[in-house]
Design a protein around this ligand. Structure first.
Ligand SMILES: O=C(CO)[C@@H](O)[C@H](O)[C@H](O)[C@H](O)COP(=O)(O)O
Ligand SMILES: [Zn+2]
Length: 200
């Protein structure tokens, strides 16, 4: 038991060490994309399933509220949080359309879609990306494994942050770290002089 726990910690750390080399550049590029959109008055739409839905909501909540320093609210919206819309779309059409219908309604040219999937193959995320491209939005894709179908959909203005792991749980862990780093980078660009919030 103890050995198993140690092995999980070690595997998580190793995955992050490998990701340090491969992800620093795409994360920096993604941060610049997000900052440009925000500076231009655009917004970020976020989606994911299961654990990735939580990460989408954590990112949008952090932008809307704050991260580690006092600053104005920033416009981000999770497409995973509207129970009535989610059930109506899934019930009347199909679950694969649950995000794409919202993207078509809410997305504006210049907005960014933050699309999160550990496999890169969730149908509703792929359709959300297709909808985003049809709305002249750009895409930040958080993926894992071989990037799945999502990787093949990205254009030259989009970016993929692909965690070098085949295990869903490890991919989730690095996605969470990547989201934290994105939040910090956005604050560094936009509010470099603001001081840290002192928590009680
Ligand atoms: O891994 C967890 C929880 O940690 C699951 O809830 C997981 O997120 C769900 O199976 C998702 O449906 C997987 O979707 P995806 O990451 O392949 O897009
Ligand atoms: Zn910093």
């Amino acid at each position: 038991m103890i050995e198993h726990i140690r092995a999980s910690f070690t595997e998580s750390i190793q995955t992050k060490i490998v990701a340090t080399d491969t992800l620093a550049e795409p994360i920096a590029y993604a941060a610049q994309m997000l900052v440009s959109a925000l500076v231009n008055g655009n917004k970020i739409l976020c989606c994911g399933n299961g654990g990735s839905a939580l990460e989408a909501q954590r990112f949008s909540a952090t932008l809307l509220n704050r991260f580690e320093r006092e600053r104005p609210s920033l416009p981000a919206l999770s497409l995973t949080a509207e129970g009535a819309a989610l059930t109506a779309i899934s019930n009347d059409y199909q679950f694969a359309e649950v995000f794409s219908k919202q993207v078509r309604a809410l997305g504006q040219p210049g907005d960014v879609l933050l699309a999160i999937s550990t496999s890169g193959n969730s149908r509703n995320i792929i359709q959300a990306m297709e909808a985003a491209l049809s709305r002249d939005m750009t895409i930040v894709a958080l993926t894992g494994k071989d990037g799945g179908e999502m990787a093949g959909l990205l254009g030259p203005n989009d970016v993929e942050i692909r965690v070098p792991s085949a295990r869903t749980v490890r991919i989730h862990e690095v996605h969470m770290l990547a989201i934290n780093v994105l939040c910090e980078s956005i604050d560094d660009y936009l509010f470099p002089d603001h001081s840290e919030v002192q928590h009680a």
